[in-house]
Design a protein around this ligand. Structure first.
Ligand code: PLP
Length: 306
């Protein structure tokens, strides 16, 4: 059941052209039960607002050992995004049933990227659209885990305190409108970088286009606050719980680029790539020493990989 043969990396670390399982979850809260939809058969109407406006939200989960990682955190964030967009979506129970079906269809042999998609539905009217895709974890993600990454710093163009006064920007929501994030990644790649760290117009460290920034500093982990208009990472939340249990403190603090350059280590963390150590920021090579905190190990335990 192979839908395509492309190798482009998706926004969240999967291989975009290789989707192999699609589960139709159906629209609205009272839709029919989730069922498998052939991955090489069309699913959306041409005027679906996901396609023509990016008007919807999504989540990307890692499937590991045939099981979805931290599904409840993703469902909670999907529900927050849907509320911010004025969407209803299927109930959490229906999503859970769809996730379990999709993960079962994928199997336990290899890791996968499972995406939940919710859109406002066709422009002509009708119910919301909801479905799930599963694809292999892309080569970009595997390489980033193993080798680390070089990042370039890009201005996101708005101030870090904008979120409260401009809710229509949906800054804390995981909307389907990722075109600017993908453009930032292409800009980085064209200049020889693997990824991006966004700064606010007033110079604060925000996040990556598909990841959360975490630094190790003097035996602690530090990450920018959600109030900086960034997406609250589910990986950060899960890491926080495991780190606390293991006696490592994680706190949220406004960070500047100088904090990243002076840190013992810097990572970009996310659901599919997990932990990618930043080796270089623009033309500055970061220290390669042992930061005394094993962030990849903490993340592995946080997502049930170890
Ligand atoms: N920030 C952005 C903009 C993202 O797109 C993502 C994930 O795709 C993250 C942060 C990290 O979120 P999570 O850890 O839930 O994958």
């Amino acid at each position: 059941m192979r839908a395509g043969s492309g190798t482009r990396d998706a926004s969240d670390g999967g291989a975009a052209g290789d989707a192999r399982v699609v589960v139709l979850v159906a629209g609205g809260p009272d839709g029919p039960r989730p069922r498998v939809h052939p991955a090489d058969e069309p699913l959306l109407l041409a005027d679906d607002l996901a396609a023509v406006r990016g008007d919807g939200c999504f989540e990307t989960l890692l499937v590991v050992g045939g099981r979805p990682a931290k599904p409840e955190r993703h469902l909670a964030r999907l529900s927050r995004s849907a509320t911010a967009l004025g969407l209803t979506g299927p109930s959490d129970d229906v999503w859970r049933e769809g996730i379990d079906l999709a993960a079962r269809e994928w199997g336990a042999d290899s890791e996968a990227m499972l995406r939940l998609v919710l859109s406002r539905g066709p422009e002509r009217g009708g119910t919301e659209t909801a479905y799930i895709t599963v694809a292999p974890v892309g080569p970009h993600a595997l390489r980033a885990r193993e080798e680390g990454i070089a990042v370039t710093v890009l201005n996101r163009g708005y101030a870090a305190d904008l979120e409260g006064s401009a809710p229509w920007l949906l800054l804390g929501s995981k909307t389907l409108s990722y075109a600017t994030n993908m453009a930032a990644l292409r800009h980085a790649a064209a200049n020889g970088f693997d990824d991006v760290v966004y700064l606010s117009s007033d110079g604060e460290v925000l996040e990556g286009p598909r990841s959360t920034v975490v630094i190790a500093r003097s035996g602690e982990l530090v990450s920018p606050p959600a109030t900086a208009g960034i997406l609250e990472g589910t990986t950060l939340g899960a890491l926080y719980d495991v780190a606390e249990r293991e006696g490592v403190s994680v706190h949220r603090e406004r960070l500047l680029l100088t904090d990243l350059l002076a840190a013992d280590a810097v990572w970009l963390i996310s659901s599919v790539t997990l932990a990618a150590r930043v080796r270089r920021i623009d033309d500055v090579v970061l220290p390669a020493g042992d930061p005394q905190i094993n962030v990849p190990g903490l993340v592995d335990r946080a997502v049930g990989r170890a």
